[in-house]
Design a protein around this ligand. Structure first.
Ligand SMILES: [Zn+2]
Length: 443
């Protein structure tokens, strides 16, 4: 058995890990590289493996950096099975369809010279999916069995255990958090030999601040000024966590303010959360009652009515870094007025408006005109969907038989500090995975 890392090495995107089982070869995740142009360039390089030679691809969850490259593999001859949970398949569909729209837009704008794939490629990709249940053991062939485990993080997200003869290898995928409002706590098997572990926050301990308290403070302000609290949020997971958090705040504080969601993808994702409500940590009754408190702006009429709405109210829109989508229009509309608040909910990538706002930049050019920002800017603390280093250690402490950990899905500094932290606390060999190198995993 041999592992090779084709992506997500010294970076957090492009997750693709090749597991060579001797007779068969499988890929775990098939993500797109995102971020700086140097990193994105990796998407255009010759594929490191011939997709036609792969027997299957396993998808841990529907984030773009874990599934966004699937149609490229299908276009280049992949014809095996794609395994994941039912909810993940639906999230993947949403993410890939959105990617086609973004690519079409970027092509028109001249930011892209060619599409990576078309809507037809996505359709064809979806035909290869085979959904599997959590924790059921499935046989892949005579010697290889696999099981998906709950990873929290986002709807449908899993970790993946392979049993290969007497050996076991566990792929963490992206691990969620114990304190997540709606996603379950990751469930880790009690025993395995090898571990491929994500390291996004391997150098960090999340702040203990309750982000609901921060939201409450901002709500108080907009109630005083009749302003708008604009929350740019990722469409999948973050938007639904915020919807739930707001419902809890209203219950605790015994008041209500109108809440709107204007994001076509956020609305589709919210409907998936409703469809797979059994997979959430919260009760069906509580989640449905939270949804009732929110107006999803789906149709022209809703938007028309909404345009006459006066403050105070709360508006959630995508993208989460104000790098595109409907939120741009609202940033333009509400950014200039000091009575409004823009509350950034999560990681802000380099070069995005979100990042520039946090750096204190006040002047922007949008839709062909200038915008001077007077709105108050803030960022929600500790709302990440990734476990931090102490949470990951607590998940792994009880695992028996662990021989070696391969770290991927992290930036360089984070990987090095996490390597030291884990080897000290678990007394196990910890390796930082390098792209293109092969790692034998036999005894
Ligand atoms: Zn993820």
């Amino acid at each position: 058995m041999e592992l090779s890392f084709l992506g997500a090495t010294e970076t957090v995107t492009g997750s693709k890990t090749l597991l060579d089982l001797g007779q068969k070869k499988v890929l775990i995740d098939c993500g797109m590289f995102q971020g700086s142009s140097e990193v994105q360039e990796l998407n255009t390089k010759e594929l490191p493996v011939d997709p036609a030679t792969l027997d299957a691809i396993f998808i841990t969850h529907g984030h773009f950096d874990h599934c966004g490259f699937l149609p490229v593999y299908v276009r280049n001859g992949f014809h095996g099975k794609i395994y994941c949970t039912h909810a993940t398949r639906e999230v993947v569909r949403l993410i890939l369809e959105d990617s086609v729209r973004v690519q079409e837009f970027e092509l028109k704008e001249g930011k892209l010279t060619d599409m990576f794939y078309s809507a037809e490629d996505v359709e064809r990709t979806m035909e290869f999916f085979k959904v599997r249940e959590l924790e059921e053991e499935y046989s892949f062939d005579e010697h290889v069995h696999f099981q998906f485990y709950q990873a929290g993080h986002i709807l449908g997200a899993t970790s993946l255990l392979f049993k290969v003869g007497q050996e076991t290898i566990y792929f963490s995928g992206d691990l969620g958090r114990e304190v997540d409002l709606i996603h379950p706590v990751p469930k880790i098997p009690k025993e395995f030999d090898y571990l491929v572990l994500e390291s996004t926050y391997g150098d960090r301990v999340h702040e203990k601040v309750d982000y609901k308290e921060v939201i409450k403070t901002h709500i108080k302000k907009i109630k005083e000024t009749n302003g708008v609290l604009l929350i740019p949020a990722f469409a999948v997971a973050r938007t639904q966590v915020l919807i739930y958090a707001l419902a809890e705040i209203f219950k605790e504080e015994k008041y209500r303010l109108p809440v709107f969601v204007d994001s076509p993808m956020g609305i589709r994702a919210t409907k998936l959360y409703e469809k797979f409500i059994d997979e959430l940590k919260v009760s069906e009754k509580d989640f449905l009652s939270a949804l009732k408190r929110v107006k999803l702006l789906e149709f022209g009429n809703d938007l028309k009515k909404f345009s006459k709405q006066s403050g105070p109210y709360i508006l959630i829109s995508s993208s989460g870094m104000i790098s595109g989508g409907r939120v741009l229009k609202y940033f333009d509309k509400f950014g200039k007025d000091e009575k409004n608040i823009i509350l950034l909910a999560g990681y802000q990538g380099e070069g995005t408006i979100g990042k520039r706002l946090l750096a204190g930049e006040e002047d922007y050019v949008l839709f062909g005109h200038k915008l001077h920002v007077n709105a108050k800017i803030d960022q929600l603390p500790s709302i990440s969907a990734h476990a931090d280093k102490t949470e990951m250690l607590s998940y792994l402490k009880e695992v028996k038989g662990l021989r070696k950990i391969f770290l991927n899905h992290g930036e360089k500094e984070s990987l090095e500090s996490f390597q030291e932290f884990l080897s000290q606390n678990l007394e196990v060999d910890v390796i930082i995975a390098k792209r293109g190198e092969n790692y034998p995993v036999e005894v």
